[in-house]
Design a protein around this ligand. Structure first.
Ligand code: GTP
Ligand code: MG
Length: 317
């Protein structure tokens, strides 16, 4: 196993792939490796690409890879592929086949499924992003479908978050879930070749006047991801966003916030697991007293907290 870490440090891609699996599945070795590699992280630019199913995120990511390579930047991608094919979007692999990157050492792509993994998606993605960062990639792109709360949170785990919107979103921009717009550092209106794209841009401009925070000033860019139109501007805006954070002294604060959010996720997961264990061994009298109204749920909740054994598990399955 130490051999695997050595080969990873030597830049061997097969070692990277295997280590990612360990980290994704949270094997004891993966958890140990994460800790050992952590001091090597902090150099990569983490970029979240989020948006509704089928918005063209993967196509945009493929375009960003091409553009980044043109500038000699190395790129790793973690793509959370949809577990059901409802979106009509192709999986990352299909998009990437359009690129000629199979033999390019500067590109690494990994699909992450929502299933068959211990723990939530966000902490797994964070851990995998750390590994890619430690390996030395300049850019680490996280593609997630912005539909659930989990994904909004994933977006917060990046240095720069790009929200991809398209014409024809039902009621338009207004119908997006609360909190979705606020995570954006950059808005991309993709499928600008389709009717209604200009309306989405105008709607965003109107919304921005009502917003406070980063999204208030986020650039709004139009793209046709399938032809590559406008993608160079998206990459420029992404790189510029991080430069701005840096020059205004906000990068440190943002990074701290991001890493704290990651620690919070992990702590919450460990607590939830232990809570479930405590609940499993709950005395039958307690269940009965709840039902006979002698014990109220809040009082029981306090007792449950008292019974948590507050320690962190070595691994999780
Ligand atoms: N007309 C048009 N179609 C596009 C554009 N970009 C992407 N598409 C098409 O939209 C469909 C979905 O593209 P994907 O890149 O797979 O979208 P996605 O957001 O990654 O989808 P999920 O990962 O499933 O949420 C594909 O058929 C693309 O060819 C565009 O700019 N214009
Ligand atoms: Mg996709």
């Amino acid at each position: 196993m130490t051999d695997l870490l050595e080969r990873f440090r030597a830049g061997e891609r097969r070692a990277l792939a295997r280590l990612l699996s360990h980290v994704e599945n949270r094997t004891p070795f993966g958890i140990q490796a994460e800790r050992e590699l952590y001091p090597l992280t902090g150099r990569a630019h983490l970029i979240g690409i989020t948006g509704p199913p089928g918005a063209g995120k993967s196509t945009l990511v493929a375009g960003l890879i091409r553009e980044a390579r043109r500038q000699s930047l190395t790129v790793a991608v973690l793509a959370v592929d949809p577990t059901s094919p409802v979106s009509g979007g192709a999986v990352m692999g299909d998009r990437i086949r359009m690129l000629d990157v199979q033999s390019d050492e500067g590109v690494f792509i990994r699909s992450v499924t929502g299933r068959g993994r211990g723990g939530g998606l966000a902490p797994a993605l964070c851990a995998m992003a750390h590994v890619l960062d430690a390996f030395g990639f300049d850019l680490v792109l996280l593609e997630t479908v912005g539909a659930g709360q989990d994904d909004v949170d994933v977006a917060r785990l990046a240095d720069t978050t790009v929200l991809v919107l398209v014409p024809g979103l039902g009621d338009g921009v207004q119908s997006l879930k609360a909190g979705t717009l606020e995570v954006a550092d950059i808005f991309v209106v993709n499928k600008a070749d389709l009717p209604g794209a200009n309306q989405v841009v105008r709607d965003l401009q109107v919304m921005q006047r009502l917003m406070v925070g980063a999204a208030e000033q986020a650039p709004i860019l139009s793209t046709v991801a399938t032809t590559g139109e406008g993608i160079d501007q998206v990459l420029r805006a992404i790189l510029e966003h991080r430069r701005q954070l840096e020059s205004h002294g906000q990068l440190t604060e943002r990074t701290q916030r991001r890493l704290l959010a990651e620690a919070r996720y992990l702590a919450l997961e460990a607590l939830a697991d232990q809570l479930d264990e405590v609940l499993e061994t709950l005395p039958a009298e307690d269940r009965a007293s709840l039902e006979t109204r002698q014990l109220d749920p809040r009082t029981l909740a306090m007792r449950l907290i008292e019974r948590l054994r507050l320690s962190f598990p070595a691994s999780r399955s």
